[in-house]
Design a binder for this molecule. Structure first.
Ligand code: 5RP
Length: 226
């Protein structure tokens, strides 16, 4: 199986965690896309009744097209489970997310969910975080100053751009600065530093948040409990 087939495998497997009546957080990304399609099929074929809480405009558009009833995170009195992808997961179940620029809404939904389930192909499982550039969402005002501060600290920042060369805007009209770190020895210390920099809205370190991970391997989906 290639990477896409592994993503499909875990996306389709993950909907087994969804039961009738649940409020379900819907993550963002190419793996989640398979999960949302599979949820749509269950709704059509089994009369599954669920309510979704989306984490991006892209996922909201897909869910709406599939007829999944949606409410906003603020309307939800609870969220039973959020199913989301990840860019890297360490052996301590710490994660980097935000490759799809949706980290802010993804983290808000994750911290408000009873259960957090990540779905990844096996290439996302790493010993230590950091090979994947760490996304940091920043407000546009003063973002060059923040960028310069990150550069002076040796964090190798780059502004994320769209294909046409203009700066990428998140769903909240912020910028993403990616930090090219190669290896993150102390994710908690880095998270603490980042969240205290004025202008940082959120960072892509998802620490001590996940409950279960479904990893797509050649032998099939493997479930890990954090
Ligand atoms: C979006 C994310 C995604 O979940 C992450 O980038 C994984 O994406 P994919 O499933 O496409 O590999 O964090 O902000």
């Amino acid at each position: 199986m290639n990477q896409n087939e592994l993503k499909r495998l875990v996306g389709e497997k993950s909907v087994e965690w969804v039961k009738n009546g649940m409020i379900v957080g819907l993550g963002t990304g190419s793996t989640v896309r398979y999960m949302v399609d599979a949820l749509g099929r269950r709704i059509a074929e089994e009369d599954l009744q669920i309510t979704g809480v989306t984490t991006s405009s892209v996922t909201a558009k897909q869910a709406e097209a599939l007829g999944i009833p949606l409410i906003s995170v603020d309307e939800a009195d609870h969220i039973d489970i959020v199913i989301d992808g990840a860019d890297e997961i360490s052996s301590y179940f710490q994660g980097i997310k935000g490759g799809g620029a949706a980290l802010l809404f993804e983290k808000i939904v994750a911290v408000n969910s009873t259960k957090v389930l990540w779905i990844v192909d096996e290439s996302k499982m790493v010993d230590k975080l950091g090979a994947f550039p760490l996304p940091v969402e920043v407000i546009p005002y003063g973002s060059q100053k923040l960028f310069d501060r990150f550069a002076a600290k040796g964090l190798n920042p780059t502004f994320r751009k769209q294909e046409n060369g203009s700066l990428l805007l998140t769903d909240s009209d912020n910028y993403i600065i990616d930090l090219h770190l190669e290896q993150i020895d102390d994710p908690h210390a880095l998270a603490e530093y980042l969240i205290h920099q004025v202008g940082v809205v959120e960072h892509g370190l998802f620490l001590d948040m996940v409950n279960d991970v479904i990893v797509g391997k050649q032998v099939g989906p493997v479930v890990l409990h954090a």
